[in-house]
Design a binder for this molecule. Sequence first.
Ligand code: 2AM
Ligand code: CA
Ligand code: CA
Ligand code: CA
Length: 275
Amino acid sequence: MHDRFSGVAEAAAREAGHLIRERIGRAREVGEKTSNVDLVTEVDKQSEAVIRTELLAAFPEHKILGEEGVAPGSAASAEALNKALSAEYLWIVDPIDGTTNFVHGLPGCTVSIALAHRGEVIVGVIYDPLRDEMFTASRNQGAFLNGTPISVSKEDNLGVSLLATGFPGDKEWAREVNLRGMVALSPICRNIRAIGSAALHLAYVACGRLSGFWEIDLNAWDMAAGSLLVQEAGGTVTNTAGVDYSLDVRHIAASNGLIHTELIRALKQSDATGL
Ligand code: 2AM
Ligand code: CA
Ligand code: CA
Ligand code: CA
């Protein structure tokens, strides 16, 4: 059954990815959701509609939680997640992760689709249409990039680690928390990247291109698929204080596992957990 779930999610992600590839840098903004850094375009909405149609055609009894179907703001998204989690099968969809990149014509936009069964993620698909990279994972069945098994990297200390983070949306407190983390980590790791898609960062931790990733103030759809990818690739996913990942986590830390303790310690010591 997992294969069928994953197959349908991949097909939906490819179809949405086609839209992204065609329209990157040329899409009409249809508004700012909560501020001038929280963007949404007509393609975010079209992508979500395409995915929704594909998923419901295959699984009419399943529920779908998609970013563009939820009122903006963290309180609204937490409430929507809570309500949706009562479903037996819940698809969690980010139709474009990295909308700011998408608007500016910068690579680093993905489609992220996860399936949760009674609140546990069992399938995760992240598609990067600009590089045609399809990351897939099913619970207890490993993680793959374009069908080839992937695993996390082997760096065993921060000094040789390439980390990634994201500058949180529009909340000043979250940007300040994130900057404290960067100030603490940048002198003790190899370097830090911020590509602009949380899902892509997680996919890159899963395939070993990044050693670790943390970010403050994300939503379930940014992380659900990527969390399973990292776990199935042998890595560790927690909140920024080291507590095991679950769908209601908002501040995430993911790594190859070997550097996790060091990463969490640095975030805690610099008051950068957001908790
Ligand atoms: P998005 O492109 O789907 O909105 C970049 O740091 C990450 O933060 C992306 O995954 C992005 O997802 C997400 N993001 C962008 N604006 C945000 C906001 N206002 N609040 C929370 N997350 C946001
Ligand atoms: Ca968004
Ligand atoms: Ca997102
Ligand atoms: Ca999005």
